[in-house]
Structures are given as structure tokens and as C-alpha cells.
Design a protein around this ligand. Sequence first.
Ligand code: F6R
Length: 360
Amino acid sequence: GKGTYPFYMLKEIDEQPTVMRHLISEYADENGAMKVDADIIKAIQASDRIYIIAAGTSYNAGFGAKQMLEDLTNTPVELGVASEWGYGMPLLSQKPFFIFLSQSGETADSRQVLVKTNELGLPSLTVTNVPGSTLSREATYTMLIGAGPEIAVASTKAYTGQIATLAFLAKAVGEAEGNEKAKAFDLVTELSLVAQSIEASLSEKEAIANIVKERLLETRNAFYIGRKQDYYVAMEASLKLKEISYVQCEGFAAGELKHGTISLIEKDTPVIALISNNPEVAAHTRGNVMETVSRGAAAIVIAEEGVAREDDDIVVNAVHPYLSAISMVIPTQLIAYETSLQRGLDVDKPRNLAKAVTVE
Ligand code: F6R
């Protein structure tokens, strides 16, 4: 049950530090060595390209892990929207390995692709929260997120749990490959720091509620912007806000805004910028924020320690860059939750939606 919580979504947001710690105990031993099925590692080592197939939030989680997977496994990673791939696959590499990301393990669009890859005899891994689910049974391998039941329609802990699960996979494969970055990446320590960063963000609920009250309560539209890893988080943040608050929201690559879409900025249009601790791009994203502010936007800046400034609205504790999608998404989950709550909507059961989409 949801205990003292008004909605499952808030409970599930709060559970995320526990999910991170659970994954550490599940996929690493006491000495910090990876506990990932050797057959999965071998299958990925034998492949020349990883294809991640998913829908919605799980698709966004794939992006959150893409850079890390490529860096640590030396294997290119391509993302595919399940509903697009179900009706004609693009030209595949010689030795593809498929990863299906699915909280429920029951998404029909994703299964449609799995049926095809099985027909082609290609190896696959399902990363899911539901043991024994269809996608888990039908794929070659399974890795469980173990986040506990996710009841709210809007997915939160499955997103962060998927990225963390893929981190263990990436490190395990990278170590087997002798990849120096993989060996140097102290995942157990880094993920513990992520859990602490999440806890710090969770203690900012009141501040976030106030930001929502002042700048998001009346609006019909909004933008999330960011570059690189932050762009991927922007896509997930905007999906979440749309889904449960019905605010039309676009997640945009910050530098791409000026190539057309900036014409939508009006007085008080909320523009929420995500700026993680990547000095190479942080200044550029700030420049893009200024461009929108000079056109009347109401900017909200979520910045990570290291590149944060005193007047930023929300500051997130710094984590390893591979894991920043996990920590940076937390304030955006709370923004979506608060916007839905303050608008008096049914946070857990948005209109027109089902938890698992079992039709194509
Ligand atoms: C968004 C959301 C959906 C699901 C999507 C995939 O909050 O819940 O976008 O992420 O339907 O579902 P799974 O991961 O079960 O395949």
C-alpha cells in the first residue's frame, strides 16, 4: 500500500535511494566485484553493436545510459523506439546485441521487436522490473531492476533503476574487455554517492513546491533544455510533466532552440534548464537560458554542484558524470508531481493512460 503517502508516485520517488542500494547488493559483492551473468558479458563482447529498444520513459533511460555503455564497452549503442522498429527494422550491424528496457516487461511494441529478433536468432537481454514477464521469458537473458512494484502510471524508480542496472552491465563488460575507464570506475562508491545525492534532492520538496506554485501553476506550456546527458534528462523530464500535469512541454537540445522553436517563447513561458557538472557545455546552456530570458521566458535553473551559481533555483549534489541522468532527473520528477498535485489532478492515474501498454 501507499502508507501515509497521498500518492504512489511520491512514495516511489522517495524509494529511489533504496533502489540504488539494493542494486549495489544485487550486482556487486562485498569487495565491489561485479556480479553479472558471465554469458551476458560474453554475448556483448561478441557483438559489434548494442541496440536498445524501448518505449516512453524506458526509451529515455536508454539514452541516459548510452554514453556510459559506449565508453565502458567500446561498443556503439543505438536507440530504437519500439513502435517504430516493430514495422521494419533498419539495416543492422553484423553482430547485433539487443537490449529491451521495460519496467513492466509487457509492452506490446517492444515485444513486437523481440519477436523479430528471435526469428532472426539474435541474442537479447531484457532489463525489467517484473520477473517472469513476457519480455523476460522471451529474451535470451534477463537482468532485474528489483525496484519493487511500481504502481503510479508515471514511471520514476524504474527509470533510475534501469540506468543503474545498465551501469553494472557496462562496467562488467568493460572490465572483461580490459577497458581502463571501466576498471577505474568505482561504481559501488559512485552509486552510493548517487543515493546520497537523491536524498539531498528529496529534502528540497518544499522549495520545489514553491517554484511550481510561482512559475508552473498557470502555464499551458513549458520547455526543458539541456545539452548532452542533460538533453536526455530533458526528454524524460518533459514526458513526466506532460503525462501527469497536462502542461504541454518539450525537451529540447539547448543549442537547437534558436533554430526555430525559440519563436514559441512568450512572456512568462517557463524554461527549465538542466546544467550538470560538465564545464564544457554548462556555459553554453547558460547562454541559451539568457536567450530565452531576453525574450520573456521565466527561467528555472537546475544545476549540479561544480557548475552551480548562487542564484540557481535548485542545486543537485555532484555525482560521477556517467550517473548524472539519475541524480538530475530527481528534481524534475518532483516538479511533475507537484504541478499535478497543485492542479488538483489524479497524480497516479492520468487520463487516457494505462500502466502497461499491451496493445500495439
Ligand atoms: C511514462 C511511462 C511510459 C512507460 C512506457 C514503457 O511515465 O510510464 O512512458 O515508460 O509505456 O513501459 P515499460 O517500461 O513497462 O515497457
